[in-house]
Design a protein around this ligand. Structure first.
Ligand code: EPU
Length: 337
C-alpha cells in the first residue's frame, strides 16, 4: 500500500531542523509511486516539491502541496571491464552508503566525496564536490521522470550541463524532472586526488594510499571541522566560493597575505567564502537562535529554535558586510524555499 501522509511537520526531513508544515508527504520508493504522487498532486490541483535528504535546503514557509521524497533503493552492477565498473543506483540510496560500498570494493572515483550528507538522487543536481573532486567526473547518465508528460527521460553526462555546484537540474529543469536513478562509473585502478589542503598528510598518517584510507582521511577531516546535523542543524556550505578576476584577486592578495585563492582558469580565481566571512568578523557569531559555525565560517547553524527567515536574515547581513568590505557578492549555495 502506498500511503501519502497528510499535514506533517518537515522538521525531521531537513538538516537545518526548520519546523514548517506541508499538506502532503509521499515517500515514493518506486517509479510507479512517483508517478502516482504526481497524479495525486495534479488531481488535487496542488504543486509538488521534491525533497531528498533535506541537507541542502532552507525552508522559510509552509508548503501547501505534495512533497515527493524519491526513495528508490538498489545498487545494480550494469557492466564491467578491466578498467571500470558501472553501477545504476536508486535516487533514494544514502549517498555515503554508496561511497562506502565503493571503498569496500576498492573502486575509485568517489572516495573524496565521503561523508557528504544526502541521497544519491541529489548528487547530480548540485554536482556535489569536496577535496578537489566533483561527482560529475563519475556520472555516466541520469534517469528521471518528466513531471509534465510523466515520461521517463535520460540525460547523458554532457546533457547535464555540470558546473561548480550547478547543473541543468538546478537551472532549466528545476522542478520539471524527478531524478530516479544515477549511473556511476568507478575505476578498478584508481588514480588519487590528494592535492587539496592537508588531505595527503592525513592519508599518510593512516599508511598506504588506498581508496579506504582516502575515505577515512576525508571523514576525519570533515568530522574535525564540520558540525554534525544530528547535533547542530546546518546544511553544509551556505554560500558558494565566489570567482573573481585576476586584477581583483591581486588587489586582495596584496592587502591580505593569508588569502589562499585557487586559480580556476587563466584569469579567474576562486576565493574561499569562509575566509571572507571570517575576515568580515562573523565566525562564531550567534544571532538569537542561529549563528555562524565557530570552526568553518561558511556554515550557518540553527541552535534549535531558528526559523528559516532568521537564518535568511543572518545570511543577508553576512552578504551585505562581505560586499561592503570586499566588493564581492556571495551567492547562496543552499536552496531556499
Ligand atoms: N577558511 C577560512 N575561514 C573559515 C573557513 C575556511 O579562512 O572559517 C579558509 C581555509 O583556511 C581554507 C579555505 O578557506 O584555506 C578553504 O576551506 P575548506 O577547505 O574548509 O573548504 P571550503 O572552500 O570552505 C569547500 C566546499 C565544501 C567542501 C570543502 C572541501 C563549497 C561551497 N564548499 O568548502 O563543501 O567540503 O570545500 O573540499 O565549495 C558543501 O558544499 O556543503 C561543502 C561542505
Amino acid at each position: 500500500m502506498f500511503v501519502i501522509k497528510k499535514d506533517i511537520s518537515l522538521k525531521p526531513y531537513n538538516t537545518f531542523g526548520i519546523d514548517v508544515a506541508a499538506s502532503y508527504y509521499a515517500r515514493a520508493n518506486t517509479v510507479e509511486k512517483i508517478l502516482y504522487a504526481i497524479n495525486f498532486a495534479s488531481y488535487n490541483k496542488l504543486p509538488i516539491f521534491v525533497l531528498g535528504g533535506g541537507s541542502n535546503i532552507l525552508f522559510t514557509r509552509d508548503f501547501e502541496g505534495v512533497i515527493i521524497n524519491p526513495a528508490i533503493q538498489g545498487v545494480q552492477l550494469q557492466s564491467d571491464d578491466e578498467q571500470y565498473y558501472v553501477f545504476r543506483v536508486g535516487a533514494g540510496v544514502v549517498w555515503d552508503k554508496f561511497v562506502e560500498l565503493a571503498a569496500n570494493n576498492n573502486l575509485g572515483g568517489v572516495e573524496n566525496l565521503s561523508h557528504i550528507p544526502g541521497l544519491v538522487g541529489a548528487s547530480p543536481i548540485q554536482n556535489i564536490g569536496a577535496y578537489g573532486v566533483e561527482v560529475k567526473d563519475t556520472i555516466v547518465k541520469v534517469e528521471a521522470v518528466e513531471v509534465s508528460s510523466r515520461k521517463l527521460v535520460e540525460f547523458n553526462a554532457s546533457e547535464c550541463h555540470f558546473g561548480y555546484r550547478d547543473s541543468i537540474f538546478k537551472q532549466e529543469l528545476k522542478e520539471k524532472v524527478i531524478i530516479t536513478h544515477v549511473w556511476f562509473r568507478l575505476s578498478r585502478n584508481p588514480s588519487f586526488e590528494l592535492s587539496y589542503g592537508n588531505l595527503a598528510e592525513e592519508v599518510a598518517k593512516l599508511g598506504e594510499v588506498s581508496v579506504q584510507n582516502v575515505r577515512k582521511a576525508v571523514i576525519n577531516i570533515r568530522k574535525s571541522k564540520l558540525p554534525d546535523p544530528a547535533e547542530l542543524g546546518n546544511a553544509g556550505s551556505f554560500f558558494k566560493n565566489p570567482i573573481v578576476d585576476a586584477d581583483k584577486y591581486t588587489m586582495l592578495k596584496v592587502r591580505h597575505a593569508d588569502l589562499n585563492g585557487f586559480q580556476v582558469s587563466e584569469s579567474f580565481y576562486k576565493i574561499p567564502a569562509g575566509w571572507l566571512i571570517e575576515k568580515a568578523g562573523w565566525k562564531g557569531k550567534q544571532m538569537g537562535e542561529c549563528g555562524v559555525h565557530h570552526k568553518q565560517a561558511l556554515i550557518l547553524v540553527n541552535y534549535g529554535g531558528a526559523t528559516g527567515t532568521d537564518i535568511l536574515d543572518l545570511a543577508s547581513s553576512i552578504q551585505r558586510s562581505v560586499w561592503e568590505q570586499f566588493g564581492i557578492e556571495l551567492e547562496r549555495e543552499v536552496n531556499v524555499f
